[in-house]
Design a protein around this ligand. Structure first.
Ligand code: HEM
Length: 478
């Protein structure tokens, strides 16, 4: 049955359509004065960009291009979200956002979740081994995205003026501000290890108009609270929002490259000899499940295919079909197979799956931070400058989405679970936390286990809730 259309003027833009994100500020703030903040928020709400406005911006950009006009149109988007401690500070009852009570990830916050469930390394005092700023209580996050540094700088000043930041009337205090930037030139849209990212996001019923072949579309309630497919009962103000799981993830790029260089595969799965470069490229593709171009190895296992990668009708059309007990084409532990196992959980003899896999999908909206790898780092194979991914994803239940994927899939050496295969899959080679080893990297020796250095190091994060415009206007602002 068709889902009723969504009210796109009520939903914050980043959730369904993604803000324009050539460059982006993530501003983490603390509420200093509740009454002032709620009054200032009245002036802030009109600048919050909705899904409807992002779609209109896109039409304008397309029109600008069609007419052959020069340059980029200045394009900025602002969104806001709050943590549980933020709602507590504001005195807002968010109990319909925490159906799991004291076990609810939104309620306990990511600082605690990192230690109890996500597998982050801890310090001697029991806190996660994070950047100090993220060990404080963060009440909220403001996202400012745009097409240029000048545009987002200007918008940041406007936002700071609304909340009287740096004056005695300040209603918020900035705890941390991080700028993310899409990588330069032909690496644009590629994450720091070099792989094209942002290819596979859920297609949403009632929102998307074009459905490309790939995983089944999801109900809007998988991403949006209170919409069809969200089993929880939500207060009116909490409908049409979404939980934003943010992770501050550092990537050890020279070390990752060094690992690929030191462990090249000698032959591909057809037994063909590979040069060291080809052997390292294939190994890299097998850690992710896609070539750097984005082409899925399940479709083109031993040779990159950039044309396939660039074709949205084909680049997500795979399901590990006929591979339930085989790692020949794609390792069980490859990042995309771990984080979206597709047929592995859906088609017999796959184990019975109590929650349909569609409910585990997340809408990823991250952006890179930090500089390109320097010559010195390349030569030494050692990271000297912090860089990585400002990971952000939206879902209607953190325990079904981000938390579950990290804890029960990426960190579990026995997932995906098949009875007839002798070897354990091992951890997700990118994000897995724990004893980092995996099988299946060598297609001709699937049982061989390789141990993996830490390639991705979590240094902070928090769970936020991005409310609807009505929620912001009628309940949170005053
Ligand atoms: C897909 C990289 C962190 C979940 C991908 C892809 C790449 C990638 C290259 C393939 C492109 C695509 O399908 O869109 C990274 C890097 C990370 C990171 C470098 C950290 C720095 C995470 C985290 C999660 C996650 C923390 C969730 C716990 C996913 C999901 C997909 C994906 C769900 C799509 C899988 C599919 O539908 O096929 N990632 N990722 N990633 N990643 Fe990550």
């Amino acid at each position: 049955p068709a889902n009723p259309p969504l009210n796109l003027t009520n939903i914050q833009g980043d959730i369904l359509s993604g803000l324009p994100k050539k460059t982006q500020f993530y501003i983490f703030f603390d509420i200093k004065d509740v009454a002032k903040f709620r009054a200032d928020l009245v002036k802030f709400v009109p600048i919050v960009k909705t899904v409807a406005q992002v779609l209109k911006d896109r039409d304008d950009i397309a029109d600008h291009k069609r007419r052959g006009l020069p340059g980029l149109i200045p394009m900025v988007g602002v969104n806001i979200a709050f943590s549980h401690t933020g709602f507590q500070k504001l005195g807002i009852d968010d109990s319909t956002l925490t159906p799991l009570g004291d076990n609810d990830p939104f309620k306990i916050g990511q600082k605690r979740d990192a230690v109890t469930n996500l597998g982050d390394k801890t310090r001697s005092d029991g806190q996660p081994d994070w950047d100090e700023k993220f060990l404080k209580d963060l009440h909220g996050i403001i996202l400012i995205s745009g097409e240029s540094h000048a545009s987002i700088e200007k918008k940041k000043l406007e936002v700071e003026a609304i909340f009287h930041v740096h004056t005695p009337k300040a209603s918020i205090q900035e705890i941390a501000t991080i700028r993310g930037d899409v990588r330069p030139g032909d690496q644009s849209a590629h994450e720091h290890f070099g792989f094209l990212d942002g290819i596979s996001n859920p297609q949403v019923l009632g929102f998307d108009k074009v459905f490309n072949p790939g995983p089944k579309p999801v109900d809007p309630g998988v991403v949006l609270t209170g919409e069809t497919g969200d089993p929880a009962a939500r207060a009116d103000w909490a409908v049409d929002g979404s939980f934003l799981a943010f992770r501050y993830l550092f990537q050890e790029v020279p070390e990752f490259d060094q690992f690929l260089k030191k462990n090249p595969l000698a032959k591909d799965g057809d037994g063909k000899d590979l040069t060291p470069q080809e052997g390292s490229d294939l190994l890299g593709a097998r850690t992710v499940g896609r070539w750097k171009s984005g082409a899925p190895i399940d479709v083109t296992p031993f040779k990159d295919d950039p044309a396939l990668a660039a074709d949205p009708r084909r680049n997500n059309d795979f399901a590990f079909q006929g591979e339930i007990n085989s790692q020949l084409r794609c390792p069980f532990g490859a990042h995309v197979r771990k984080t979206n196992p597709r047929n592995d959980l859906e088609v017999p003899p796959a184990p019975i799956n109590p929650i349909p896999i569609e409910k585990r999908r997340i809408m990823r909206r991250g952006v890179q931070f930090g500089p390109e790898v320097t010559r010195e780092e390349k030569i030494s194979g050692k990271t000297q400058h912090g860089r990585g991914l400002l990971f952000a994803c939206y879902q209607s239940h953190i325990e079904n989405g981000f938390q579950f994927i990290q804890q029960s899939w990426a960190n579990s050496k026995t997932f995906p679970p098949f009875e007839t295969q002798p070897e354990d899959p091992g951890l997700d080679p990118l994000i897995g936390q724990g004893v980092r080893e995996m099988s299946g990297l060598d297609p001709l020796n699937e049982q061989k286990v390789l141990s993996l250095p830490d390639f991705i190091i979590p240094r902070g994060g928090e769970y936020f809730f991005s409310p609807s415009i009505k929620g912001l206007k009628n309940t949170i602002a005053k």
